[in-house]
Design a protein around this ligand. Structure first.
Ligand code: ADP
Ligand code: MG
Length: 374
């Protein structure tokens, strides 16, 4: 279903997924006066505490998704892995401006990389594989190191196998019979950057500043914005190629690699709010969550600007263990805790954003706080 009119509060925004992204979307929507309904399989989903209606159901429960859609004027999702059949049905019967086809392509790393490559944007060499022989053949062409990833369901480095040498391949037991895999050339990174953009239902596009991301153990550790390298225009040009090939409505983020020769490659795309743009809540005139809500309700988007340089640090389970009682000692920290009851290592429990005139000095201070011995 399409919609040409603008949706005004108190219209109801239905959000599929009530994790931290759903929570921050709901908070933004509520500030503007919209009502929010959320569906999530977890009883203590972070968004539950900030929505008008909560539906406790699985993402595969079509009846529950229909209930959510029936009570909503617009349906959006923060969760990417919705079943194709169900999502296509929802899109045909309700107003789901993000649509089905883009997210279904992006659910599968091989389909995603093929689509990005076909758009003319640059990706690292990759191939769909189903055996160790396939990996050996790929290694003959592209040489080690390589990285093997599940084509579906992976996030925060889950389902990934790093192969430095042929011996690693011999040692690793990749479960080919369980699922599908893709192999990529593992490139030496100078750094990683990401570009967050929003496209409204009316076709207006705005870009947030380029973000510089540091990962640890494949999980985002820190974002600096704006990035300290000058790739904004190049990244935007890649984004435009991708937008010509795929329809986006709402906020989306393109993750990029920059290799040691300074070449920019598209890594992956998230058709929803992204961890690397959380800093926009404090640092920009509108946050990525505001941009998403404005986009899906068909409201005009303002030009985006950033007030001040920003650093965002993720608070994983182990970081909270160290910082728990000190979190509010540093008055310059904007603390966000998502309200997850189960604290686990490597689980994203919250984040901290700091606005500063001196990124380098702030990094030194943060290192002391985040890496101190306990
Ligand atoms: P996820 O879906 O888990 O975020 P990514 O493909 O983004 O998976 O991989 C997570 C991180 O692993 C990347 O941000 C990057 O730091 C590293 N990585 C992944 N693939 C490559 C590669 N081909 N070359 C170099 N580093 C990589
Ligand atoms: Mg990633």
């Amino acid at each position: 279903m399409t919609l040409s009119k603008r949706l005004y509060p108190p219209a109801v925004i239905g959000i599929i997924g009530g994790g931290q992204l759903g929570k921050m979307l709901a908070q933004s929507a509520q500030r503007m006066g919209y009502k929010v309904a959320v569906l999530d399989p977890s009883e203590d989903a972070p968004a539950r505490s900030v929505c008008h209606t909560f539906i406790h159901a699985d993402f595969s429960d079509e009846d529950a998704l229909i209930r959510l859609s029936d009570m909503s004027d617009v349906v959006t999702y923060e969760f990417e892995n919705i079943d194709a059949h169900i999502l296509r049905n929802l899109v045909s019967d309700y107003y789901v401006p993000q649509g089905a086809e883009t997210v279904l392509t992006l659910q599968n790393r091989t389909a995603e990389k093929n689509a990005v490559k076909a758009s003319g944007a640059r990706v690292v060499p990759f191939e769909n594989i189903s055996s160790t022989d396939d990996i050996k053949a790929f290694a003959d062409k592209h040489s080690y190191p390589l990285i093997v990833k599940t084509t579906t369901g992976g996030y925060d480095g889950k389902g990934q196998y790093y192969l430095e040498t042929a011996e690693d391949l011999a040692d690793e037991n990749i479960p080919f019979s369980d699922t599908e895999f893709i192999v990529e050339k593992y490139i030496g990174l100078d750094r990683e950057v990401s570009l967050t953009a929003a496209r409204s239902a009316g076709g207006e596009i705005v870009y947030f500043p380029l973000q510089e991301n540091l990962h640890r153990d494949q999980v985002l550790y820190r974002t600096i914005a704006p990035a300290r390298v000058d790739y904004f225009e190049e990244a935007k040009a890649e984004a435009e190629k991708i937008m010509n090939a795929m329809l986006f409505v709402g906020v989306f983020t393109i993750e990029f690699f920059i290799d040691k020769n300074g070449e920019l490659y598209v890594n992956e795309i998230a058709p929803r709010p992204h961890n690397s743009a959380h800093y926009t809540i404090e640092a920009c005139n509108i946050s990525q969550f505001d941009a998403h809500i404005l986009s899906v309700t068909n409201q005009p988007l303002p030009e985006v600007y950033q007030h001040k340089d920003a650093i965002m640090m993720n608070l994983l389970g182990e970081d909270l263990d160290r910082l728990d009682l000190e979190l509010f000692d540093y008055s310059e920290w904007n603390v966000h805790l998502y309200g997850k009851s189960d604290r686990k290592p490597a689980r994203k429990m919250g984040h901290v954003t700091i606005l500063t005139d001196d990124i380098d000095a702030e990094i030194v201070k943060l290192k002391k706080n985040f890496e101190k011995e306990t």
